[in-house]
Design a protein around this ligand. Structure first.
Ligand SMILES: NC(=O)c1ccc[n+]([C@@H]2O[C@H](COP(=O)([O-])OP(=O)(O)OC[C@H]3O[C@@H](n4cnc5c(N)ncnc54)[C@H](O)[C@@H]3O)[C@@H](O)[C@H]2O)c1
Length: 497
């Protein structure tokens, strides 16, 4: 037993492991009481006019339609990421698991001043579709249903999958639009046949209409979780709707399968999010279609393992003006994605997406002495024994005061699809929100969703924002803006008036 004194000088007795623990308890209680008192006083002063109040809330920006009815999620590519996402949603619906890693499910958004104590959950602040309202379909070149595909992917525990089998085995893939030339390492039997690429696009559009009808969904969204396609650059065919449709009819080789899904989706007025580094919707024609048909687009390449770490560490170097001379990233993974990326064409697409990050964050043109001469290398090695459990190593050579060198080593033993699944869930819900917002649906690119991507899409001529915390602020400020709440700038001078 020991004595401790509270902020008002009152003595209390309590059991403590040591006298140090008693002192620590006393400090904590006193600090808490002081903080609470300060908040009470500020609120009181605010009421009396002593502290400037936040400006009156402005009216909602535009309108947001309610999330009424079912939301149909259509996924080209029912592999590791897609099955981990769908199985996860079902496990959460059944109360077996929690949506860890999902901003829309677990995240909050602060409103007003720090002293206001208003931090609702994001899903309660903006009208998002509920998990119970999600229905799913997909396309794949393999015929496995979602239970079989998830079992093959080997990400989730087989006992969990067996519990979810009655649900997962009802989702069977529709025949895919596929061209082996774009993904060299795989081939499968469940593929559509058509006279032309336009014909294939028509078939995908028919699938979408069929799904909407049979599932009873009131809204749809397409979420690309298919393999990474070979690297290509935009050509004349990708410039306008007219040139693209002509190219579709003429089977132009510059139109990759993912673009056919994207075209079909946007023609149906359905939003399209791209989880792979393929160009897909990052093309003038798709922007034109997206704006014309009010079907939001975003991408590309989910920001999960190594790049997630990169976009947290690099802003820290820049914030502290620490120089960078080299960053060597290598990783091993043994899932099908790893096998696909073993092909130089697909790897080049991924490499482009991963390499751009540092330049944009560190701005070598503004800081030539610190970042003008960086050696940046990214390697991905296919190593089957690891399956989906990737290991990523980073060796970072930095320099500080007077140019003295230092090193940082990161060894991230991550699970690729476990990191990607909550991103898919958030994107599905937030892109659907964008489609229901009068202010967002006609914008085309949803830059406020950059938070989720390695290579975020932006308006032509605008460099992307890669810093994770700027991206998060942008996302939350967009939600505040949509609801007519004051934006948070972190200036905070009003607390000291
Ligand atoms: N898991 C991550 O952390 C992560 C991060 C960023 C990006 N990605 C990207 O997400 C995508 C999916 O990753 P994954 O691990 O699930 O890969 P995966 O290989 O397990 O699944 C991809 C699936 O897409 C199918 N597919 C390929 N082309 C198709 C087409 N034209 N139409 C329909 N289906 C097609 C394949 O058959 C396969 O089943 C990949 O492009 C990957 O690069 C994943």
């Amino acid at each position: 037993m020991a004595d401790w004194w509270d902020a008002d000088g009152k003595r209390h007795r309590k059991q403590f492991a040591s006298s140090g623990a008693a002192r620590e308890h006393e400090h904590r209680e006193t600090a808490l009481a002081h903080a609470e008192r300060a908040i009470r006083e500020m609120k009181l002063a605010g009421k009396k006019g002593g502290v400037k109040r936040s400006p009156a809330r402005v009216a909602d920006r535009g309108t947001i339609d309610p999330a009424k009815g079912k939301l149909g999620v259509m996924i080209p590519g029912m592999g590791a990421v897609a099955t981990t996402f769908v199985a996860g949603v079902e496990a959460i619906r059944q109360g077996i698991a929690k949506p860890i890693g999902s901003l829309t499910q677990m995240g909050t958004v602060r409103l007003g001043k720090r002293t206001d104590g208003r931090s609702p959950k994001i899903k309660e602040f903006v009208p998002l579709a509920g998990l119970d309202d999600l229905v799913f379909t997909g396309w794949d070149i393999f015929e496995d249903n979602m239970y079989e595909a998830a079992s093959n992917a080997g990400v989730l525990d087989q006992r969990l999958l067996d519990q979810l089998k009655p649900f997962l085995s009802t989702i069977t893939p529709r025949p895919a639009v596929f061209d082996h030339n774009y993904v060299k390492k795989i081939d499968g039997p469940n593929v559509k046949k058509g006279k032309s690429k336009m014909d294939l696009a028509e078939q995908v559009r028919a699938d979408m209409r069929d799904f909407k009808k049979t599932s009873g969904a009131s809204r749809l969204i397409t979420m690309w979780c298919g393999s990474t396609e070979s690297y290509i650059e935009p050509t004349a065919a990708h410039q306008t709707i007219k040139s693209f449709e002509k190219a579709l009819r003429e089977n132009d080789e510059n139109i990759a399968p993912s673009m056919i899904y994207a075209y079909a989706s946007l023609m149906e007025g359905v939003p399209f999010a791209n989880g792979a580094p393929n160009l897909t919707v990052d093309l003038p024609v798709m922007l034109e279609l997206s704006r014309k048909n009010e079907a939001p687009i975003c991408g590309k390449d989910f920001k999960t393992g190594q790049t997630l770490i990169k976009t947290v560490l690099a802003p820290m170097f820049k914030a502290r003006l620490l120089g960078l001379s080299g960053w060597y990233s290598t990783n091993i993974l043994g899932n099908r994605d790893g096998e696909v990326l073993d092909d130089p064409g697909s790897f080049k697409t991924k490499e482009e997406s991963k390499l751009g990050v540092l330049d944009h964050i560190l701005q070598p043109a503004l800081y030539p002495e610190l970042y003008g001469n960086i050696f940046h290398k990214v390697r991905i090695n296919y190593y089957p024994p690891r399956g989906d459990n990737k290991e990523g190593w980073d060796n970072i050579d930095i320099f500080g005061w007077l140019g003295y060198p230092m090193q940082i080593k990161v060894d991230f033993l991550c699970r690729d699809s476990i990191l990607a699944a909550p991103i898919v869930l958030d994107l599905v819900l937030l892109v659907d929100l964008a489609k229901r917002c009068s202010e967002l649906k006609g914008l085309g690119i949803q830059e406020w969703l950059s938070f989720y991507f390695k290579s975020p899409m932006t308006a032509p001529g605008l460099y992307p924002e890669h810093d994770l915390f700027i991206q998060l602020m942008k996302l939350k400020n967009t939600l505040r803006h949509l609801k007519g709440e004051e934006l948070i700038t972190h200036l905070g001078l009003e607390y000291y008036d």
